[in-house]
Design a protein around this ligand. Structure first.
Ligand SMILES: [Zn+2]
Length: 252
């Protein structure tokens, strides 16, 4: 079995099923919801034992589960997803070949469980979009500065502070995987895009442009400077890290 890791830390699937989920991401414009994807034999057998304990021996409730020899999760072709509770999202999964195969009129019912059937996939021959590194989007980096935990979308002379997991998911669909960067890596991204360090602090604090003050670009700044008089902003990586110590930047 050829295995592919899903983006966004969502686990693994058999490669054809993973390619389908990544197409679903693009069609939804966000990361498809994945609670559980590929599963090890050990985990499947553990889940089966929990189910049997519940069903036959009065143990605590556990969802219906097949053992490793039968579970499609172990073949990397099943995903448990809350998108099935959302009609529009469910329609996208269906169009891409996924079916709810564990619907029962009893306590085995698992509406969240979907399996990939390539013969039903209407998008299986869709051309793959060029990877983010070979098209115009390679100007954009989703960067998380490890020192502060803050996450940014950075492009030429522009920076956007990403304040939530949901926003991060959408941005990763558009611009590729987030990179976790130490000081050296983060400095390289900020400096090579000609972004003043003081601006990194300002967008994190929501003090600049855009509806929530989290966006800065050179052109917006120059427009502002033209209106309000030029104000030089100077700082350093160390100074900004220190200044941001009091700002809660964890993705929520
Ligand atoms: Zn499942």
């Amino acid at each position: 079995m050829q295995v592919t890791q899903l983006t966004g830390g969502r686990g693994w699937l058999e490669s054809a099923a993973a390619a389908s989920v990544h197409r679903i991401d693009r069609q939804l414009g966000r990361l498809a919801d994945v609670n559980d994807a590929g599963r090890s034999a050990e985990q499947a057998n553990k889940n089966r034992a929990a189910w049997e304990d519940y069903k036959y021996r009065g143990g605590p409730w556990a969802p219906y589960a097949l053992g490793a020899d039968e579970s499609v999760h172990c073949k990397g072709r099943a995903v448990d997803s809350d998108d099935w509770y959302n009609d529009a999202a469910a329609a996208v999964w269906r169009e891409n070949g996924w079916r709810q195969t564990a619907r029962y009129n009893d306590d085995r019912d698992e509406p969240w469980h979907g399996e990939y059937l390539p013969e039903n996939d209407q998008h299986i021959n869709d051309p793959e979009p060029a990877p983010a590194t070979t098209n115009g989007d390679n100007m954009i980096t989703i960067a998380r500065w490890i020192k502060t935990g803050a996450c940014y979308k950075v492009g030429p002379e522009s920076i956007w502070y990403i304040g939530s997991q949901e926003e991060l998911g959408a941005q990763q669909v558009l611009y590729g995987e987030m990179k976790n960067l130490d000081d050296v890596g983060f400095r390289a991204v900020i400096d090579s895009n000609f972004i003043p360090w003081a601006v990194v602090e300002q967008v994190t604090r929501g003090q600049v442009y855009g509806t929530n003050g989290r966006y800065w670009s050179r052109s917006a700044a120059e427009g502002e400077a033209g209106r309000a008089g030029t104000k030089r902003v100077q700082s350093s990586l160390d100074q900004v890290a220190k200044n941001l110590a009091d700002v809660k930047v964890t993705l929520s």
